[in-house]
Design a protein around this ligand. Structure first.
Ligand code: EPU
Length: 431
């Protein structure tokens, strides 16, 4: 088992480069299944969710060539199967994008129910299914397998999403790209990765318009050709480093970002007394004074992102006064709070609200990450705390953050990744 050992209390200083966006990459890789020809994808983050999806595509018959550590060529011409029922699928949430991609390409798909981060509540896919059903597919779920069939091509239609869903918007967009006729997705999500997927599809020959607004119009095409595409920078990875500097103090240049995508995070940090300066493709984050309490409500983009909620809750433990955080996207995303309490945090959770009483400073403790963003928040907590913090469950963190330990070390943090053989495994080997 790998753990992060952090000796906290050091300010962060220097420069950090942000990787490609996880939540764009995990949709763009399955989208390559729909393309006739080679897709060259650049700026892929080196994270385990990407590795897992590439492995799934390979097992389906795709040729994958590594051009360099951030660039790959994917050629799916030898993929004949419409089945993706591997165990790996159950470990990653974004495997649901294979449903839209395979339905678009073959008119049929059998995929294992997606797994992924479990931050407390249910993660339904009814809106994805509603979309594909409206487009003429029959969808069944049995024994953990989602099977969908159209008997031909999906048919374009108007789909009004009951909830603003990133996954349903992107999945329907995939299916619609090769559908017969025109599809409208109304009440669509507007996150930067939605625009990125649309740009990827368009650069391969699709006709997707309006991505980034709440109505997306897709004119189905009969084929997409190969091409090049470079993934956008990761808004949440950037936000996580911004939160880390806000928590520890110091001055860091967050490089290779799109400052516009960070506005929802930057404006909240400014309210908290942190200096954030936007440059062309970087932001400077600096904190010298105390953190000011604030309230946060998470919302779909351009609102404050739910994927930044645990990180900001963590640093608000250090602000003077009471801060209130309302989770507006997920039913339950406060499981990590118990870990912060072990560090002296004072947080009361009532339904979708967490009331944080600032305690000045946290103290190091042994902690366990239960999901990706909670894991990032616990690392930030460890960096801010006095004494030593040990974070377990780092496999969650490594699903979505490229080389976090190395990047933080370059900023002056005292953090090490330590491998410790699991005792039960060791006992079995020794006998
Ligand atoms: N929802 C439904 N029915 C559906 C789909 C969603 O009721 O069919 C509800 C969910 O229960 C939730 C809300 O709609 O309350 C939003 O869910 P959404 O579909 O937008 O989430 P997602 O697509 O499953 C993606 C990210 C999450 C991020 C959310 C919200 C990926 C792979 N995951 O999930 O990212 O929290 O959007 O922005 O893109 C993360 O990166 O750590 C992460 C969890």
């Amino acid at each position: 088992m790998t753990k992060y050992v952090i000796n906290g209390g050091r300010p962060l200083n220097g420069e950090v480069e942000i990787s490609g966006a996880k939540n764009a990459a995990v949709a763009i890789i399955p989208a390559a299944l729909m393309v006739d020809g080679v897709c060259r994808i650049e700026n892929l983050p080196e994270i385990s969710d990407v590795t897992m999806l590439l492995t799934i595509l390979k097992e389906m018959g795709a040729d994958i060539r590594v051009v360099n550590k951030r660039t790959i060529d994917i050629d799916c011409k030898r993929v004949r199967t419409s089945q993706a029922t591997f165990d790996a699928m159950r470990r990653i949430r974004a495997s649901y994008y294979l449903l839209g991609a395979l339905l678009g390409r073959h008119g049929r798909a059998d995929i294992a129910m997606p797994g992924g981060c479990n931050f407390g509540g249910v993660r339904p896919i009814d809106q994805h299914i509603k979309g594909f059903t409206a487009m003429g597919a029959s969808v069944n779920i049995q024994n953990g397998i989602v099977s969908a069939e159209t008997g031909g091509r999906l048919r374009g239609t108007s789909i009004f999403l009951d909830v603003v869903s990133v996954g349903a918007t992107m999945n329907i967009m995939l299916g619609a790209a090769l559908a017969e006729g025109r599809t409208y997705i109304e009440n669509a999500a507007k996150e930067p990765h939605i625009v990125d997927l649309a740009n990827f599809l368009n650069s391969m020959g699709a006709d997707v318009r309006g991505a980034g607004t709440n109505v997306i119009k897709i004119n189905g095409v009969t084929r997409m050709k190969g091409g090049f595409y470079s993934i956008i920078p990761d808004q949440i990875e950037a936000g996580t480093y911004m939160a880390a500097v806000a928590g520890t103090g110091g001055r860091v240049i967050i490089k290779d970002v799109i400052p516009k995508h960070l506005e929802c995070i930057s404006s909240k940090l400014r309210e908290m007394g942190v200096t954030v300066i936007d440059l062309a493709d970087s932001v400077i984050v600096q904190r010298t004074g105390p953190l000011i309490r604030t309230n946060i409500k998470t919302m779909p983009y351009p609102g404050f992102p739910t994927d930044m909620q645990p990180q900001l809750a963590t640093i608000l433990c250090q602000a003077e006064g009471t801060s209130i955080i309302t989770e507006g996207v997920w039913d339950n995303r406060f499981k990590y709070v118990d870990e912060l309490m072990k560090m002296g945090g004072s947080i009361q959770v009532e339904g979708k609200t967490a009331i944080i009483e600032g305690v000045g400073s946290l103290t190091g403790a042994p902690l366990k990450a239960g999901d990706l963003r909670a894991g990032a928040a616990l690392v930030i907590a460890g960096l801010c705390a006095s004494g030593q913090t040990i974070v377990e469950g780092v496999n969650y963190i490594e699903r979505g953050y490229e080389k976090m330990v190395k990047k933080l070390t370059l900023l002056g943090a005292d953090i090490k990744s330590v491998f410790q053989p699991d005792e039960s495994v060791a006992k079995k080997i020794i006998g």
